[in-house]
Design a binder for this molecule. Sequence first.
Ligand code: FUB
Length: 462
Amino acid sequence: MRSAMFDRAAARRGLAWMSALLCLVVLMPAGAARADNPIVQTIYTADPAPLVHNGRVYLYTGHDEDGSTYFTMREWRVWSSADMVNWTDHGSPMSLATFSWASADAWAGHTIYRNGRFYWYVPVKNRATGRMAIGVGVSESPTGPFRDALGRPLVENGEIDPAAFIDDNGQAYLYWGNPNLWYVRLNADMISFSGGPTQIPLTTAGFGARSGNTSRPTLYEEGPWVFKRNGVYYNVFAAECCSEFIGYSTASGPTGPWTYRGTIMPRQGGSFTNHAGIVDFNGGSYFFYHNGALPGGGGFTRSVAVEKFSYNADGSFPTINMTSAGAPQVGTLNPYVRQEGETIAWGSGVETEPSSAGGMNVGWIENGDSIKVKGVAFGAGAASFSARVASATSGGRVEVRLGSATGTLVGTCTVSGTGGWQTWATVTCPVNGVSGTQDLYLRFGGGSGYLLNLDWWQFTAR
Ligand code: FUB
C-alpha cells in the first residue's frame, strides 16, 4: 500500500512541476501572494456541490483518479470550511461500494439537508442495465458516512448530474440531465417522488442557441444547479461542450418557463468540462467550479476552485473569471484550539488518509513538504506548539514558520519514531515571536523517505 502510494505521490510531484510552474505563471498576477485556488491540492477533485450548514460550508466533490484518461471516478469526497480558505478534509464517506447495484462512474452529485438528514443524489452506472441512474445516499451527519437510502436507483433514464432544490413552500424538486433536462417532484421523504420524470423543454429562448449541432439546438449541456433568490428561480448549467462554459437561465417558477440570461464563467482553465455550485455564506456569494490547474491537471484530472462574487443590482450574474487567488478569508483561524492537520489552505507534497484516531491525518510527508494555514490569529502571542504525530521510521522535525514555507522560523518540534504510522504521540516545543494574524506554515524536515504523519496541532498562548 505504502509503496503504491509512494509511486503515486512521486509521479505526481516528479512529472508535474513543469506544468505547475506554467499554470502559476499564466494564472498569477505579478507579485501576488501564494495561490489558494484550487482549494484541494492532495487529490484531484471535480463537480463541486457546496452546502452551508450550521456556520460551515460543506463541499461535496467527485474524485478524479490520478493519471485518469476518462472520467474514472470511484468515490465522492467531503471537505468543509468556516472561512473559505482553510479546508478540512473529511475523506470519502460515500463510494460506488455504497450502492451495491452500481458498477462505475461516481459522477457529479448534489447534497441537500432536510429534517435532520443529508441527502446526496449521485449519478452512477447501474450494473444490471448498463445505463446511468440516479442513486441517493443518506446520512444524519454532513460528513457521513452515507448509506444507500433505497437499495436501488431513485430514477433511471440514462442521464446524469442530479441537483435538488426545496422551494419555500416545502416542495422539493430533483433536476438532472445530459443531453436532456428533467425534473421530478420529490416527496417530503426526499427518496420518492410523485408523478413521473418530466422533460423541461430545451428551447433556444430558454437555454440559448447552439450553432452547428442540430441534435442539440440549445446551449444546455449538463450539470444543472437550481436555486431561488429574491423570488427569481435560477438554473445555472454547463453549456455547449466542448469546452464548456457556465451559463444560466431564470424563471418565475421552479419548472420554468426558462429564459436564457447568458454566460457566467467563460471557457477557461484547461478542463473541457466545468461544473458550477453556488452558495451564500456569511453575507457573501460564492461560485464553485472546476478546472485543470493542479500539476498534471486536465480534462480528466480536475480540481475544484472558488471565487467570491456579487450579483448585479438587477439580480443578474457578473462575469466570473477563474483566479489562482481564490476567495478572501472570512474571519481568522484560532490556533489555541485543536486544529486538524488536514485543515489546509495549501498543501505541498502531502496527502491524507483515514486516521486510527478518527477523521483524517496528513501523511506521505517528506523532507521539504509543507502545509499552509491561512490567517491564523495569534493575538498577543503564542508560547508553545504541540502536534499529534506518528512515525514508523525515525521521524523528523516540524518547523513552525510564518509568512511562507521558507519564512521566519519561530519554533521546531523534533519527532522520534513512534513505532507505527498510526501510533500517535504528542510533541511540544516553544515558539518565539509569534503574534498578530499570520499565515502559518508547518514545514517538515528530516532524512529521505517518509518522515511522519500529522493528526492535529494546537498552540498555547503566552
Ligand atoms: O465528472 C463526470 C462528469 O463530468 C460530470 O457528471 C459532468 O458534470 C462533467 O463534469
